[in-house]
Design a binder for this molecule. Structure first.
Ligand code: PLP
Length: 381
């Protein structure tokens, strides 16, 4: 992160100065310009900047009028923010299990839920920077025209995939789409920020109103219940800088993940037959943006300890499935209800995959995994 900030330091400084000179701090030209640029990069007609990814999801739910009495499908394995946005509206969260390989929403699990209960909306997440199975999911949801579809694209910025209609994730063309510009995302702000993309002019207009106290045509006259979900001028100006580097950032990130993948495939070929479940590699990020490089391991605590001892920092995205979040205990779900999500939560481990990782740092990670795999392999028994 520090390296990335240092790389663009001068441009961020200029952006800061430009806002300071303009003395326009909220709802000004930087926001308007960023929204246009983000819409264009996303292949969307409209972009609406907001204060965070959570705000973006919340407003997507609000613009569809979702609230108490409504049921919203949410992947059982995702960042807790996805479910927390639903919780904030008062709607009921309906967990849907995920796919064993990708961690994204499982098509069969979605079909099962739809057979058993009536949903008013579904949030589909592009987890770890890989497109969900959108074309097939939309095929299924075609049979339920009353269900609103929301894309949680906090992690999928800049992804192109043949699993998506039109090819571009987050375009707002097949679903209203929410993203986050949290600093660790592929497009990070220098603080909190998010955006919504849509191709629907009426939705875009209402979203702009909702993010600003429900203002109608006249300022300070609220025509519906909104709030303060605004994206300020400084963050918009910083985002315009970050956005310029998106293609290069994603390319570098993909290069890092390809190198990791390639090395791990070599290790799997060497040790995999003796310990097939010890380490499972991520699906190749051929059409992803390399946002997170997540392996699965049945010995996560040991591997994490082993890597930490060698100065390699890892993280867990995410340790608790949606249905077992303590704050959702009132929904009455139990361990065993969504087995794939629970397995992901128990086994996932994110390896460092920053685009500016040096060759030596990459070697250290690969050597750390090599020594762990060797230690636990029957080859050494
Ligand atoms: C999948 C997903 N959804 C939603 C969010 C929420 O974004 P933010 O942290 O900007 O509120 C995040 C980011 O952490 C995320 O990864």
């Amino acid at each position: 992160m520090a390296l990335q900030l240092a790389k663009h330091r001068d441009q961020y400084q200029q952006a800061f100065d430009a806002v300071l000179d303009s003395a326009w701090l909220v709802n000004g030209p930087q926001l308007a310009a960023f929204e246009q640029e983000w819409a264009s990069v996303s292949g969307a007609k409209y972009a609406i900047g907001v204060g965070s990814g959570f705000d973006a999801l919340l407003l997507c739910l609000k613009v569809y009028g979702l609230g108490p009495g409504d049921r919203v499908g949410v992947p059982a394995h995702t960042c807790p923010a996805t479910a927390m946005a639903v919780l904030a509206t008062g709607a009921t969260i309906v967990p849907i299990d995920v796919d064993r390989q990708s961690g994204n929403m499982d098509l069969k699990a979605l079909e099962m839920v739809l057979c058993e209960q009536v949903l008013q909306a579904v949030i589909v997440v592009n987890l770890y920077g890989r497109a969900a199975d959108w074309i097939n999911i939309l095929d299924v949801l075609d049979h339920y025209p009353n269900i609103k579809i929301i894309e949680d694209n906090a992690q999928g910025q800049g992804v192109w995939s043949d699993r998506v209609p039109g090819g571009q994730v987050g375009s707002g063309n097949y679903a209203i789409s929410a993203t986050s510009f949290y600093p660790t995302k592929n497009i990070g702000a220098l603080g909190e920020a998010g955006a919504i993309t849509t191709s629907d002019p009426a939705l875009a207009e209402r979203l702009r109103s909702l993010r600003d106290y429900g203002n109608g045509a006249d300022r300070f006259v609220s025509t519906e219940q909104g709030g303060n979900y605004r994206l300020d001028e400084l963050q918009a100006a910083f985002l315009r800088v970050t956005l310029l580097g998106l293609v290069e950032f994603n390319q570098q990130k993909i290069k890092v993940t390809q190198r990791l993948n390639h090395a791990l495939e070599g290790l799997a070929a060497c040790y995999g037959n003796t310990q097939p479940d010890l380490i499972q590699l991520p699906l190749t990020h051929d059409d992803g943006n390399g946002h997170l490089f997540v392996i699965r391991t049945t010995k996560r605590a040991e591997l994490q300890q082993h890597l930490t001892a060698q100065g390699i920092q890892t993280m867990i995205h995410y340790p608790c499935p949606t249905h077992l979040q303590p704050v959702l205990a009132h929904l009455g779900y139990q361990a065993g209800d969504f087995l794939e999500a629970e397995a992901w939560a128990a086994e996932c481990l994110s390896l460092p995959s920053h685009p500016m990782l040096s060759d030596q740092e990459l070697d250290r990670i690969i050597n750390g995994l090599d020594s762990f795999w060797a230690m636990h392999s029957n080859l050494l028994a």
